[in-house]
Structure formats: C-alpha cells, structure tokens
Design a protein. Structure first.
Length: 427
C-alpha cells in the first residue's frame, strides 16, 4: 500500500502538466470549449460510455455521483489510466488526408469510505480538449494568401464526489468540481512573400478559465427475482457559468523578411467574461443477471443553443449522447475460480454523439458514431483489476467541404484496490 501512495503522490505532482501538453484534437474543436469528455475510465469507454447505472466491480463510479456510494466499506481504491490512438482526417476537395496520433495520461482518482453509508471519491480528469491547425489558401485578385486558424489547450477538472446510501438500494450523490485551464487561439491572414511587402494580420487570444461546477445524481436498484436485478440512474448537471478572462493581441507583420510585430492594432488584457455550461440531464437503465451478465443504456441531453461563449453563441445546437453496452463475467460471484479465463470481464458497446456544433443551419450534422470493446483483467486474490478498452469510430462528413475523421483510441486503466479500515485483533 505504501507503494500505491507513492505512485499516487508522484502522479498528482505531474498530472496537471501532462494534461496541459494537449491531445491530437480535431478541427471541430475550434468551436466553443472544444471536445467534451463524457467518460475517462477504460471500463466505461469499453461499454460505449455507459456510466449512470452500473453494477459495482471494485471500481470508482463517479459520472453518476450517486454511484460513488457503492464503494465497499472496507476498500481503498486508487485508479489511474492512459489513453492513446490515432485520427485520420480527410477532405474531399481537394482530396487530402492527414494522420495524427497521441498518448496521454487520462485520469487519476481515489475512492474510500467515510462510513458505511457515506463514500468519497476525488480526482483530476480532463473536461475538454482543444487542438486544431487549419489552413485555407486562395488567390482572389491575383494575390496569394493563406487563412490560418490554430488552437490548443483545454479545461481540466478537479472533483470531490460524495455518495450516500440513504435507504436500502437507494443512493444519492453530489459532485463538486473545479474547472480550470487555458485555451489559446490564433487567427491569421498571411500573404505570400513573392507578392511584395504586404502586411499580414494576426489575432491571438488567450482564454483563462476557472470556476466551480455542481452535479447531483440518483441511483436505485430492485430485484425481479433471486438472479435478476434492475438498475436505474439519473444525473443532473446544473447550468454553470464559469468565470473566464480573455487577453487579445491583434498585430501586423511583414510578409517578407522578419515576421516580428510591425504594428499593434489592438491589445486587451484579462477582459472578464463568462462561459456558460448548459444543464445536463442524463438517464441510465441496466439489467444485471446472476452477477454474471449486465446490459444497459444511457441517454444524455444538453441544450447548447443558449450557452454563450464570451457573450457569443458559436454555431451551437442541442447535444444528445446515446450509449449501449454490456459486461460479462463467466465466474460471476466466484472471486477465485479455478480457471483464470472465467474471471476475466468481457465488455462491448456502441455510442452515438450528436455533438453541440452545427454548420449551415441543421443541414450538416457532425455526428460521432463508434463501437467499443474491452477486458477487465483481475489480479488473483486481490481487488485490483487492469481494464483495457478500444474505441473505433467516425465523426463528420465529406459533404460541403467539411472534414471526416476516422479514429481509434486505446485505453488502459489500473484499478488498484486494497482492504483498509480493518481493526487489528492483536495489539
């Protein structure tokens, strides 16, 4: 256990810097606060993102705050994970393809009981990601120029989750989070050096975000018979307004020779504003049979049409996220089967995310669809499980000169569990 605590301390020190290095991102992260993470743990990702009504598997389930109450009253859990993969970006006209890959620390979380009815979990996770580098060339009026759009950064989240078992099979939970991070954006018009000493125009924005957010959850389960259990979950995320500060620099530079600033057109520092996160409503339904087989569905909805980003609503629409998934453990409740393969947990799922940005009205929807698979590999005579996940999906379209993404993401989580809080029988 001392080794576990050492690893935990080491990761806490360096995790923020690792998150800040950025991920591959997508051209679509140019809008709003970028891509929002619905889940970060490999177990959830392997089941299409299921998170609202799951059976307890010696894990920290915090996406539904009420699920945190399921932590065993004698167990301390430390969960950290990594993910990485590749994205293939394609454009139809002109026909262009580009491949990018990355590997990152995905999350670091701890969970433990305060009492038999009150369980706590806390961690640091990514909330959103921005990463894009887009260029468009034209030669109108016989002048060659390039329009540049670049951005990176994102928002991280530190959270404290409290789950309470208030009645038999009924849990409630409250999640207090603190969002923080920076988003950097650069928009530019640059001329070809061969066209003479024309002035490039560059706009640089730095947005600093920091504020609290709240979510609450409800979880309930009831038995149909000795082997069959129905699990229900609900999550409500409050309409949170995040404090933000924006610094802007607009300047000219020469298209030949030095690219240093020639003239400052506009400069502002720490202009205060707000970024509004819409309320989130989510529901989950699951069926658990004989402690071996689980199948479930989650649905989440958010209305981004009334959520301004520094007083501007940027090509936003309603966002709906549907997850379907299953989990199968041949050994069931048997913790130490004779055959190891029967203790392995097999997972699969699919998901459909409508995203919250739109183009040309609602004619072109940038949907994200994918399938997922995974394994839970338990350590013998232990509460520790190594979770693997693989997501394969596609987002976007080639129509109307838009961009299509094909991607795969591999996830690996180390769910380290140990028995604590046991009184010694001997002094």
């Amino acid at each position: 256990m001392y080794k576990l605590l050492f690893i935990s301390t080491f990761l806490v020190i360096y995790v923020t810097e690792i998150f800040a290095q950025g991920r591959v991102g997508s051209p679509y992260t140019r809008y709003g606060i970028g891509d929002i993470y619905n889940t970060v743990q490999s177990r959830n990702k392997a089941m299409g993102g299921l998170a609202y009504a799951l059976p307890y598997q010696n894990s920290i389930d915090f996406v539904n705050p009420a699920s945190g109450a399921n932590i065993d009253s004698l167990t301390f859990i430390f969960d950290f994970g990594f993910d990485g993969g590749a994205r293939l970006f394609a454009v139809k006209n002109p026909e262009t393809k580009m491949l990018k890959s990355d590997f990152n620390l995905a999350h670091i979380i701890v969970g433990f009981p305060v009492s038999k009815w009150w369980k706590v979990s806390s961690g640091l996770i990514p909330f959103s990601n921005v990463g894009y580098d887009i260029g468009a060339i034209d030669s109108v009026f016989n002048v060659n120029k390039t329009y540049l759009f670049q951005g990176f950064g994102g928002i991280n989240k530190v959270f404290l989750n409290n789950g309470f078992n208030i009645a038999r099979n009924l849990n409630i939970g409250v999640n207090l989070g603190y969002n923080f991070g920076k988003i950097y954006q650069t928009n530019g018009l640059k001329f070809n050096a061969n066209d003479g000493g024309l002035l490039n125009v560059v706009e640089q924005n730095s947005i600093r975000i920091s504020d609290f957010c709240f979510e609450s959850g409800l979880g309930y389960k009831f038995k149909l018979n000795d082997k069959s259990t129905i699990l229900l979950g609900a999550v409500y995320g409050y309409n949170n307004k995040l404090n933000a500060y924006k610094s802007t620099l607009i300047y000219n530079s020469l298209s030949v020779g030095s690219s240093v600033i020639q003239d400052t057109i506009y400069l502002s520092e720490d202009e205060r504003g707000e970024i509004t996160l819409p309320q989130k409503i989510g529901f989950g339904l699951g069926y658990f049979f004989d402690e071996k087989f689980f199948i479930g569905a989650d649905f989440t909805m958010q209305d981004w049409t009334k959520s301004p980003f520094f007083n501007e609503i940027d090509s936003s629409k309603n966002n709906n996220y549907l997850s379907l998934g299953f989990e199968y453990k041949p050994a069931g409740a048997n913790k130490n089967p004779l055959v190891y393969s029967s203790s392995i947990i097999y997972r699969g799922g699919l998901y459909l995310n409508s995203n919250y940005f739109r183009f040309s009205g609602n004619e072109y929807k940038i949907n994200d669809f994918g399938i997922s698979f995974g394994l839970g590999l338990p350590v013998k005579r232990s509460k520790t499980v190594f979770n693997l996940s693989l997501q394969i999906g596609q987002r976007g379209t080639l129509d109307n000169s838009l961009i299509r993404e094909n991607y795969f993401v591999l996830g690996l989580s180390f769910n380290l569990g140990d028995t604590w809080f046991v009184k010694s029988r001997f002094d």
